[in-house]
Design a protein around this ligand. Structure first.
Ligand code: DQA
Length: 147
């Protein structure tokens, strides 16, 4: 099974971006961790990042024909993008939302999430570990679906 791992705006700057909030781990480090955990679960990973909302929408649409699940950290689009929500609903694949930070511990404008309305669940606040937990959760979800 193939899992699409999508990263939204500014996540390409991880490592140097507000390290007191997001830590020193780079997106390349996270990708390596995700691939290693996924390998242990027999999952293949398509790992992508874009600063553009429309590109993320396009990738979600394409996943309909290629992937079995989506893990998404939409960055700030989490709090604004009905388009991402609609795309996730349109493809209907199991989706897990992840955040490095605990968005509910931060400014009120980060307390809402559009993609969450199309997600099976959310994992937030564990830094890079949020992604690893999401991969483990996705592996379990996909196994349950097969059974
Ligand atoms: C984030 C939280 C968002 O509010 C923020 O805009 C980000 C990163 C996180 O992973 O903690 O870009 O999605």
């Amino acid at each position: 099974p193939l899992v699409l791992v999508l990263n939204g705006p500014n996540l390409n700057l991880l490592g140097t971006r507000e390290p007191e909030i997001y830590g020193r781990t780079t997106l390349a480090d996270i990708e390596a961790q995700v691939r290693s955990v996924a390998h242990g679960h027999g999952l293949a990973i398509d790992f992508r990042q874009s600063n553009m909302e429309g590109e993320l929408v396009g990738w979600i649409q394409e996943a309909r024909n290629s992937a079995q699940g989506i893990i998404i950290n939409a960055g700030a689009y989490t709090h604004t993008s009905i388009a991402l929500l609609d795309a996730l609903k349109a493809v209907g694949l199991p989706a897990i939302e992840v955040h490095l930070s605990n968005i509910f511990h931060r400014e009120p404008f980060r307390h809402t999430s559009y993609p969450a309305q199309a997600a099976v669940g959310i994992i937030a606040g564990f830094g890079a570990l949020s992604y690893e937990l999401a991969v483990a959760a996705m592996a379990k979800l996909l196994k349950q679906r097969e059974a």
